[in-house]
Design a binder for this molecule. Structure first.
Ligand code: ATP
Ligand code: MG
Length: 420
């Protein structure tokens, strides 16, 4: 242990567990990459105003959870708390939406920062893989994203997750509902902060986790009863497409994203093995966001899946990912001359695309073979003075235990052949 520790609410990814994180990022992004989504990477920090507008002044993320800083040059920045605002900002800046092929489909993967109360599944630094489909209003696009997330979770072997689905209406019907909800909420017995929320962001009150608040909400007007015909038809189409794809979901009319630019489709992926931090991912349509950050009208839809909680979900379900060994060949030299020779063979193997490692540090046979075992290598190459004198190395198949002497000059080619 050094004098220092990882900051509160953060943790390090170290081998072997770190391999699972890489595999999860890979598994979540694979369906996207196969579906026309291009990779986008944006800075870890942005102008704080982008998030204030693009996430919402009234959200917990902006009011409580953002890491903000002032640079020596006087710029007000924030570590990114989420991905959508940055990705949309970058797409607009690069004029991706003007190239004439909408939607612009993008995926990303990275670290996000929120000053939260740390607990299991809730960290101050966490990691997401996300997808955004920008510039098109088409229920098939909403359905595509939900189906791809389902495919990603399934490919990892997860089964105990559920998809919650709702529609938030649009700029026609949402305001009517909003007012009806406000009228209802103003008559309830609520604390000051919640009263303020009624005026700024009444839909978020529905999301309140406290039992005494929930009890009063039983008879709250339901958004479903206020959806206009266009929103109803759109939502029915999304539901029909997901259903036709064989993806199960639950209608959840309490599911809200309380910002004005979130429209129509909204969804969340929850896992039943995670206790209170049960959301492994979420997303929806955000038809008004582009205009909120000074862009043109660009109806869009997207999601972000949490990598940390997905790994916890795998552990909760007891799923062991089938992670292939990273090393195929492990070389064990006995003596100085063998060191030089086998190091050369390892270099040759690596250049031929064979994953190879080497017993560094001049260790004895026993310790080196232990490392070979631990590496998961399929083959070991062992050579001592007598082998070299005969111009051979000993090639051991770690699965069968079978050992054969192979001419040194043919060792790399033989291994490449055996490993396909
Ligand atoms: P929650 O309600 O749990 O706070 P959220 O609505 O803030 O989640 P989103 O902003 O929708 O979450 O982020 C998408 C996903 O990112 C979440 O479903 C979750 O898996 C993950 N995530 C969000 N915040 C954290 C965090 N502090 N630590 C770990 N993962 C997180
Ligand atoms: Mg949160």
């Amino acid at each position: 242990m050094s004098t220092f520790q990882a900051p509160k609410g953060t943790y390090d990814l170290t081998p072997p567990r770190s391999a699972t994180f890489l595999a999860v990022r890979e598994a979540i992004s694979a369906p996207l990459r196969d579906s026309g989504y291009g990779y986008i990477e944006t800075p870890g920090f942005e102008n704080v105003e982008l998030f204030a507008r693009g996430v919402g002044e009234s959200t917990d993320i902006v009011t409580k959870e953002m890491y903000t800083l002032t640079t020596k040059g006087g710029d007000q920045l924030a570590l990114r708390p989420e991905g959508t605002a940055s990705v949309l900002r970058a797409a607009l800046e690069a004029n991706l939406h003007k190239a004439g092929n909408l939607p612009v489909k993008l995926w990303y993967s990275g670290s996000y920062y929120r000053y939260e109360r740390p607990q299991a599944g809730r960290y101050r630094h966490f990691s997401q893989v996300g997808a955004e489909a920008i510039g098109t209003e088409d229920p098939a696009l909403d359905a595509e994203l939900i189906i791809l997330a389902d495919q990603a979770y399934r490919s990892l072997g997860l089964r105990q997750f559920r998809i919650l689905l709702n529609s938030l209406g649009d700029k026609e019907c949402r305001p009517v509902y909003r007012e009806a909800l406000q009228t209802f909420l103003r008559d309830l017995d609520l604390d000051e902060e919640t009263r303020r929320r009624i005026e700024i962001n009444p839909l978020r009150v529905l999301d309140d986790k406290r039992a005494d608040v929930q009890k009063q909400l039983t008879d709250a007007p339901k958004l479903r009863d206020y959806l206009c015909d266009a929103c109803k038809a759109y939502h029915e189409e999304v539901r029909a497409l997901i259903t036709a794809a064989g993806v199960a979901f639950e209608d959840d009319e309490k599911l809200v994203r309380g910002l004005d630019y979130y429209t129509r489709t909204t969804f969340e992926f929850v896992h039943d093995g995670l206790g209170s931090q049960s959301a492994v991912g979420g997303g929806g349509r955000y038809d008004g966001l582009s205009e909120m950050i000074g862009g043109p009208e660009l109806p869009s839809v997207g999601w972000a899946l949490g990598v940390d909680r997905t790994v916890l979900a795998l552990e909760a379900e007891g799923v062991e990912l089938d992670l292939p060994a990273t090393t195929s060949v492990y070389a064990v030299p006995l003596g100085e001359e063998a060191r030089r020779v086998l190091f050369g063979v390892v270099t040759e193997l690596r250049r031929a695309g064979v994953a190879a490692d080497f017993a560094f540090g001049g260790r004895g046979l026993k310790g080196a073979m232990k490392s070979a075992n631990r590496s998961g290598a399929r083959y070991t190459l062992v050579a001592g003075e007598r082998d070299l004198a005969e111009g051979v190395v000993q090639l051991k198949d770690m699965e069968s235990g079978e050992q054969t002497a192979v001419p040194l000059t043919e060792a790399a080619a033989e291994l490449a052949k055996r490993l396909g």
